[in-house]
Design a protein around this ligand. Structure first.
Ligand code: SAM
Length: 270
């Protein structure tokens, strides 16, 4: 990992540690100004708690709602079923993990993974307050997921993959931990294909979830290269000129990881 990538990651970690402190103090993390995912918008925004309906917000502790920094609602699109194992990449204050844990019920499990200690502490407190016992928060990097291969049914994430400095590693890790046939339901900021990386960087910062965003074509190609099929990227709302909140869906191929069996040679042949 280059020094630039390390420095960027540290900037992201510090920024979201500050956002966790803001939410813990009873203020909306999105209102704390400068540098969080919602820095580009004000009022009725395409980020944060406004993306959840009143019923969902009612299921959550106040601090989990206040910590919401996403750009979509992945739980609403993931079609979670009882008993499933779900992993949320960059789980922040735990909003999507708590909702997922409720959807998969006591026979299922919801994992949250985040690199920021302050966010992990806040998420654990929020899950306790919500009375959830099937949610587990892991400290670690989404580029090196601390779970075994083929152990997860659904991977969700809310406005985090754009923050990674190594997106091919993230997509490869998602493919590794998912069971064959497992699905991806991710919300993220995604650029129109017409915008080269320099144009994205002119529109906002990396920690602000803009400069690091993939284009739609890059997302599709990256997922396909990592072993996914049925890939789609659907724009839901424009967050800044040419850049959108989007829902990214994909399925890990059923045959992924199976040994390739050579066709049996014909008896007597040759
Ligand atoms: C924009 S916030 C989104 C939080 C949460 N998903 C939500 O919707 O409120 C980004 C979160 O991802 C975490 N994060 C960013 N890059 C990460 C990485 N490479 N590995 C693990 N966590 C990361 C940050 O610590 C932060 O909690």
């Amino acid at each position: 990992m280059s020094t630039t990538a390390d420095a960027l990651r540290e900037e992201v970690r510090q920024r979201y540690a500050q956002a966790a402190a803001t939410a813990s103090a009873g203020r909306a993390a999105c209102d704390c100004g400068g540098g969080a995912c919602c820095e580009h918008v004000s009022g009725e925004s395409g980020f944060g708690e406004a993306l959840y309906d009143a019923e969902e917000r009612g299921e959550l502790p106040d601090a989990a709602v206040l910590a919401s920094l996403g750009c979509g609602n992945p739980v609403a699109v993931a079609e979670l079923r009882e008993g499933e194992t779900v992993l949320d990449l960059g789980s922040g204050g735990g909003i999507d993990v708590i909702l997922s844990a409720k959807r998969v019920g006591p026979t299922g499990v919801a994992y949250g993974l985040d690199m920021t200690d302050e966010m992990i502490a806040l998420a654990r407190q929020n899950a306790r307050e919500a009375g959830i016992s099937n949610a587990h928060f892991l400290r670690g990097m989404i580029e090196l997921i601390p779970l075994p291969a083929n152990s997860v049914d659904v991977v969700i994430s809310n406005c985090v993959i754009n923050l990674s400095t190594d997106k091919p590693a993230v997509l490869t890790e998602i493919a590794r931990v998912l069971r064959p046939g497992g699905r991806v339901g991710v919300s993220d900021v995604v650029a129109e294909d017409r915008l080269p990386a320099e144009d994205r960087a002119e529109r906002g910062s990396h920690v602000g979830c803009i400069a690091g965003a993939l284009s739609r074509g890059e997302y599709v190609a990256g997922l396909e290269a990592a072993g996914f099929e049925d890939v789609s990227v659907e724009f839901t709302h424009e967050v800044i000129d040419g850049m959108h909140g989007a829902i990214v869906r994909a399925r890990k191929t059923e045959t992924a990881g199976l040994p390739v069996i050579a066709p049996a040679s014909k008896a007597g042949c040759c």
